[in-house]
Design a protein around this ligand. Structure first.
Ligand code: NOJ
Length: 757
């Protein structure tokens, strides 16, 4: 009886305590919607406190409390970035919630781009999986590890379409195709944010960089972009719309100049498209100091003008320019900007804090999480690496290796055992000690039965010929097979790491040539952050497995593929040019009025200098290379063979508003179970604006046993065939269409249909 009384009394005290706490904090007691809570809070805020919310500041764990503590107490900081130590973050949140006047918690941001501690393949590699479900899982694991560290906001997904492999940031991008990018964008947003942002392990996403950044001239990072509205709307903007439809909380403006107006001050992008057309309700953050850069671009004369231009165009949060904190109050006082802009920006930032549940609890308890590199995170990293690798060529079934028939294996190259390099760009928090390298995985699996001779041969991917090449040749001579791990280190791609020459760096081609001369089978596994021009090595090797920067579990995944435990199933998310002069080269190009065809072109070596000019073919090609790429978008082999036949539509004609089915039969005609990525392409034969020769419209992974046959069926609504036409409105135009189904963008299995009004 006494115990029962004590329990009841304790419960009553607890209840009263909770009620008292709740009543003393009007934010927590308010059961109404986020909007009402935001309005209530905003009504109590001074102008300075509102501007404080719009200010994001960088610090590191060691100095954050001393450098930012007082500013947070004064309500001058809405968000911090790059503090990743959980205790430090908890302390900053405690200061914000307990020692600032209104107790407003912080958004704590970080570039969690393709994993936090457990590193997934680079985003370009993730796109190569053509598996949004897996990509969503990869983002979920990244979010969970980041959330366990106190972070609540990532600057991802990066969804800049690009047709330029010179651009270092192609590594972070989903590649060249808007539809593939839309599916990747949505998958990553859902993976980071889930259905409910306040759920444990979820963090806010930031779709970046809005917009056009991937079209940087000559692939030089930060360079100018000139994009027609047609290009913008039909290609570059589409993934952003998809990210927003999937619930992306925030958008980051791009560093770049778009058609003369830097994105950070671009009203067309941020007011017209984002707010008026798309009704985006989240907030827009600048890129790092991109507000200050407006005057460097030559758009404004000074920081004050830059602040005015940025806030007027639609930037809500200033990342590291310190310009909003310095100038917004004065701009309002002088009547140069509308105070409503500040209210709107602060309201959107506060709304995200409410949605994240930070007003209810801003503290992170790491013990509530499974810990870093948990078995399920490593499993996702391994599967993503496995599905991202693209088998570019495989002559005479050089792969998979038959481990039972191997006595000696030469493992050669600068990237066979490089735990850090295999992680790729943007891995601030990635832990190379977790990396399983290809060499380690091969040794673990084959070490007992196969004599593995490892010769690094090159200190880095950029090294030149050295006596170590002779050691590599010796090892190859003494082995049954030479396995070469080539490519680029992580430093050769990423932000501000563009290349003008995208061949294998250093003397790797010479290494390949010398190993080839041994007469042994040569398998190249390439780890890189971008498509490379491989023309000078492609004929010197029997097989190429392109593994991107595969992340923590890269070695395990690559070894599974080399040994045939699994069949390669990655497909190219970007075209591989023959030579850099072809760039931009992309599958969804326009036909031109003079499209090249094989029977007309003349190579530079065959030109008869005395013949009249007209004998050259007079079509859109280069004299010194073929007009096709080395490997097309969507390409990827497997250890079996797939055949497609009997493509049909369910009707020859459909009306606007109807849905059409396109189907074909897919057969595994080989002797190995494998995954195939079936792809549907469409061409709108005549448009009020000319349309691409092909556009990816749907894709799906299938797993087929040897001999197994299935029907691949895709549904297309006529809205899926819309494009932004002459008046820049989405329109589906009646007329004729071609449709292809196959395993790559160069598939020839075609049917057709018409849309009628
Ligand atoms: C600059 C990069 O462009 C952007 O992607 C990144 O999120 C920020 N720096 C913050 O690190």
């Amino acid at each position: 009886m006494k115990e029962l009384f004590l329990v009841l009394a304790r419960s009553a005290i607890l209840y009263l305590g909770i009620m008292a706490a709740v009543m003393s904090n009007p934010l927590q007691s308010d059961p109404s919607s986020v909007q009402q809570r935001v309005d209530a809070l905003l009504a109590r805020m001074t102008l300075a406190e509102k501007i404080g919310q719009m200010n994001q500041q960088h610090s590191d764990a060691a100095t954050a409390v001393s450098s930012l503590g007082d500013a947070i107490r004064r309500g001058e900081v809405g968000s911090v970035l790059n503090v990743v130590d959980v205790d430090t973050i908890n302390e900053l949140q405690r200061i914000a919630t307990e020692e600032s006047r209104l107790g407003i918690p912080l958004l704590v941001a970080r570039d969690v781009i393709h994993g936090f501690k457990t590193i997934m393949p680079i985003p370009l590699g993730q796109a190569a999986t053509w598996n949004p479900g897996l990509v969503q899982e990869a983002a979920r694991m990244a979010a969970r590890e980041a959330a366990a560290s106190g972070l609540n906001w990532t600057f991802a997904p990066m969804i800049d379409i690009t047709r330029d492999p010179r651009w270092g940031r192609i590594a972070e991008s989903p590649g060249e195709d808007p539809y593939l990018a839309e599916t990747m964008a949505a998958a990553m947003v859902l993976g980071f944010q889930g259905e409910e942002l306040s759920a444990p392990g979820r963090i806010a996403a930031c779709a970046k960089h809005f917009a056009g950044y991937g079209a940087a001239e000559s692939g030089r990072d930060y360079a100018t972009t000139n994009l027609s509205e047609y290009e913008l709307r039909n290609y570059y903007l589409r993934p952003f719309k998809a990210a927003i439809d999937a619930g992306a909380s925030t958008i980051m403006a791009s560093f770049s100049d778009l058609n003369g107006v830097p994105a950070t001050a671009n009203e067309f992008l941020m007011r017209q498209v984002l707010r008026e057309e798309w009704r985006f309700e989240g907030f827009v953050v600048s890129d790092w100091a991109s507000i200050r850069q407006l005057s460097i671009h030559g758009l404004t004369e000074n920081d004050r003008e830059s602040g005015k231009a940025a806030v007027s165009a639609g930037i809500d949060m200033d990342m590291m320019s310190h310009i909003f904190s310095r100038y917004l109050a004065g701009l309002i006082e002088d009547g140069e900007i509308d105070p409503a802009l500040i209210d709107a920006a602060a309201a959107k930032i506060l709304a995200l804090k409410f949605r994240l549940g930070l007003f209810d609890n801003a503290q992170t308890d790491p013990s509530a999480y499974p810990g870093f590199a948990a078995p399920d995170a490593l499993a996702v990293a391994r599967e993503a690496a496995l599905q991202s690798a693209v088998l570019l060529k495989n002559d005479d079934r050089a792969l998979p290796l038959d481990a039972g028939k191997l006595d000696r294996l030469a493992v050669i190259g600068p990237l066979a055992d490089a735990p850090y390099e295999q992680l790729g760009t943007w891995i601030f928090d990635g832990d190379p000690r977790l990396s399983v390298t290809p060499l380690a995985a091969l040794r673990a699996r084959l070490g007992d039965t196969v004599d593995i001779r490892y010769v690094r041969a090159m200190k880095t991917s950029r090294s030149r010929v050295s006596p170590a090449f002779d050691d590599a040749v010796e090892a190859a001579k003494e082995s049954d097979v030479a396995l070469l791990f080539l490519g680029e280190e992580s430093i050769l791609s990423g932000e501000a790491h563009s290349r003008a020459n995208i061949d294998l760096p250093g003397d790797q081609a010479e290494l390949v040539r010398r190993i080839r001369a041994t007469g042994k089978p040569v398998i190249a596994v390439i780890l890189a952050g971008r498509p490379l021009t491989l023309s000078n090595v492609v004929d010197e090797v029997d097989a190429i497995l392109f593994a991107w920067h595969p992340g923590t579990m890269g070695g395990e995944a690559i070894t599974d593929l080399l040994l045939g435990v699994a069949s390669p199933s990655g497909r190219l998310p970007a075209t591989f040019p023959r030579m850099v002069g072809q760039v931009p080269i992309y599958y969804n190009q326009k036909n031109t009025g003079k499209p090249p065809s094989d029977d007309k072109i003349v190579s530079i070596d065959e030109i008869d200098t005395h013949a009249p000019q007209t004998s050259f073919g007079m079509t859109a090609f280069h004299l010194d290379t073929h007009y096709t790429p080395l490997f097309p978008f969507g390409h990827g082999l497997s250890y079996t063979t797939f055949e497609y036949h009997d493509i049909v539509t369910d009707r020859d004609e459909i009306r606007l508003g109807d849905t059409l089915k396109v189907r074909a039969t897919l057969v595994n005609t080989g002797d190995t179970p494998a995954d195939e990525v079936a792809q549907l392409y469409v061409r709108d034969l005549a448009g009020s604006l000319t349309r691409p020769v092909r556009e990816l419209k749907r894709y799906r992974r299938f797993r087929l046993e040897p001999g197994e046959e299935t029907v691949v069926e895709f549904e297309l609504h006529t809205d899926d065939l819309a494009f932004f036409g002459r008046d820049m409105q989405a329109v589906t135009e009646p007329g004729g269409f071609h449709a292809w189904i196959g395993g790559s963008s160069d598939t020839t299995l075609r049917t057709g249909f018409r849309i009628v009004e």
